[in-house]
Unconditional design. Structure first.
Length: 582
């Protein structure tokens, strides 16, 4: 193995063994992966800090002076902390910060987050469905094919005149969604969509990011090759007879914690839904634009455009078909008990899909629909609220931002909403416990919060930076990344295989069943979740406090599961941060 990513994967199992022993917590909290020379650099010390020193590991000499920014008190636990700044240190290298008997090592580098970004992208390859992952690409995590999905049944809830219940279809490829082995259109569309948004803003960076997957070396960026692997599956989920899109491909019940090749439940496509169909229409329209001149996938753009239009037509005829699993399971057998991705409001899906279709076609009918569903306030995008993906597209495209040489009313309104939202985030940093614009309210913590608050808010801040050029937004986005990577209340770097203390037992069937001690690398876990929905399942949380309600236990699906939308959000954020390092 000679490539950068192969060397990276080969060392990840060793890296995981260097983490702090389970049950211990470092008292100095900081980004454990890497910092850029010119970014703000802060650490948080539990309690009152005495003398703080920073020395160079190469020379053993004092390298910088740490400046105390403030004392901070947690609004929930009332724990006292000291926030220190050492932004004056800009020379690349490895350093140690000390306070009393405590110490922590950190690195400064020009491409500080490139290995992490590569691993986060590579994680999608490692979790591909329907193909073997080979040693030359996956290293120790190679495995045989599981879930070929070439004989999938039409569930009675999904029956149509052209495809009656029990019909056999082929629906291979795609990624395993989360800790389970099913595939869900709603989450897949969001995941591809948010990555493509970041790609369009940072093509120069992503085009050069090679991570050693089977498609590496063709004329297409690895990130687009990986998105294509999932898009191929998504295209199989559209009923060719009416254009509707099945909500998910699933087993009736979750599989046990076994490897994919050992799974034997029958798999089904179930009920079409308006939200899934509109999400599909949006991402296919986006795909048709981005892959328009692809030499490796010459038929994709046209096919995606046709699929998007057919899906839009179905949604217009079926505007309120929502996925209600319990009701469906009472009416049709077999009953289904896997993930729902249920959503009873499609306004945001209409907006995203209409915006993408207008950008693709220029047809004013889509502009009219988008205007009627335009959000009245900005919120960071999640799978259940995709309107902001449409906002991102408006703010990124002159066609929608400008009219007759001036900023359009739509562009002005959405810019104002985004900037106001981002300013409200930045305003909380000065009094925060961990020098971050997120994590300062109990509402910032919950299921998947590290992605759905920290990553997607970070991405929104980067759009504000791109619009205004104001450094405060870039700094705030980097602060959110620092939180994820270790400067937080638990002292975890929340991405598997990275940092000095990272999750060892994610709720992830592949990591649990493969016989390898170290989990699959490059996976973002959900994070602190005071809801603790899994507490009755033999899960033990160390704290009830919102930002400490995390446990590194395999059964903890509420705080320690992984998911493609979370990794996609992290990839979108990290790739953009890396791209800003000129």
């Amino acid at each position: 193995m000679t490539t950068f990513t192969q060397r990276l994967l080969a060392g990840l199992a060793t890296m995981a063994c260097l983490c702090c022993p389970e049950g211990t917590q470092a008292q100095i909290r900081l980004n454990q992966v890497g910092m850029y020379p010119n970014q703000e650099k802060t650490a948080v010390i539990e309690g009152s800090a005495g003398s703080v020193t920073i020395t160079s590991d190469a020379t053993g000499r004092k390298a910088a002076k740490a400046r105390v920014l403030r004392k901070a008190v947690s609004p929930w636990s009332k724990k006292q902390r000291t926030v220190v700044d050492f932004s004056s240190l800009t020379q690349p290298g490895t350093y140690t910060i000390r306070s009393g008997k405590e110490s922590a090592q950190f690195t400064i580098a020009d491409q500080a987050l490139r290995p992490l970004t590569a691993a986060v992208l590579k994680a999608f390859y490692l979790t591909r469905s329907g193909m073997p992952t080979e040693t030359r690409y996956a290293g120790a995590y190679a495995r045989p094919t599981g879930h070929p999905d070439t004989r999938v049944l039409i569930h009675p809830s999904a029956a149509s005149l052209g495809r009656p219940a029990g019909s056999v279809i082929s629906s291979p490829w795609g990624w395993y969604d989360a800790g389970d082995y099913n595939k869900y259109i709603v989450n897949s569309a969001f995941s591809v969509g948010i990555v493509l948004c970041s790609y369009e803003q940072n093509k120069h960076y992503f085009d050069a990011l090679s991570v050693n997957i089977p498609e590496s070396g063709n004329g297409t960026a690895d990130v687009l090759d990986e998105m294509y692997y999932n898009l191929r599956w998504m295209l199989t989920m559209q009923d060719p007879y009416d254009g509707g899109v099945y909500h998910k491909l699933t087993t009736p019940n979750f599989e046990g914690f076994v490897m994919p090749a050992d799974c034997h439940q029958q798999r089904y496509v179930v009920q079409k839904s308006t939200c899934a169909t509109l999400d599909f229409a949006a991402v296919m329209a986006q795909t048709a634009r981005i892959f328009k001149d692809s030499k490796d996938y010459p038929e994709l753009s046209e096919r995606a455009a046709r699929a998007a239009m057919a899906a839009w037509g179905w949604a217009e005829r079926n505007p309120r078909v929502f996925y209600m699993q319990e009701q469906m399971s009472r009416q049709h057998k077999p009953a289904v008990s896997t993930g729902t991705y249920g959503d009873m409001n499609a306004n945001d899906e209409w907006y995203w899909a209409a915006t993408e279709l207008y950008l693709l076609t220029g047809d004013e009918q889509f502009a009219t629909v988008a205007a009627s569903h335009q959000p009245k306030r900005f919120s960071a995008p999640t799978w259940g609220n995709v309107a902001s993906l449409g906002v991102y597209e408006v703010l990124s495209n002159e066609k929608l931002m400008k009219k007759d040489g001036a900023t359009s009313q739509q562009g002005a309104t959405l810019s104002s909403l985004l900037i106001s939202y981002c300013d409200s985030l930045v305003a909380t940093t000065a009094a925060s416990s961990f020098q971050t614009p997120c994590g300062n309210s109990p509402r910032d913590f919950g299921w998947g919060c590290l992605a759905e608050a920290f990553c997607t808010n970070g991405l929104s801040l980067l759009y504000a930076y791109r619009l205004t050029g104001e450094q405060k937004y870039l700094t705030a986005a980097q602060q959110n990344a620092d939180y994820i990577l270790g400067r937080n209340a638990t002292g975890y770097c929340y991405v598997t295989g990275f940092g000095t203390r990272s999750p060892q037992h994610p709720h992830h069937r592949l990591s649990e069943a493969d016989g390898i001690a170290a989990p699959y690398p490059g996976l973002l876990v959900g994070g602190p979740n005071p809801g603790q929905q899994d507490k009755g399942d033999n899960v033990h949380y160390p704290s009830q406090q919102p930002d400490e309600s995390y446990t590194d236990e395999m059964p903890s699906y509420a705080s320690n599961e992984i998911a493609i939308n979370w990794n996609a959000s992290l990839l979108a954020l990290l790739g953009w941060l890396e791209a800003e390092q000129k």
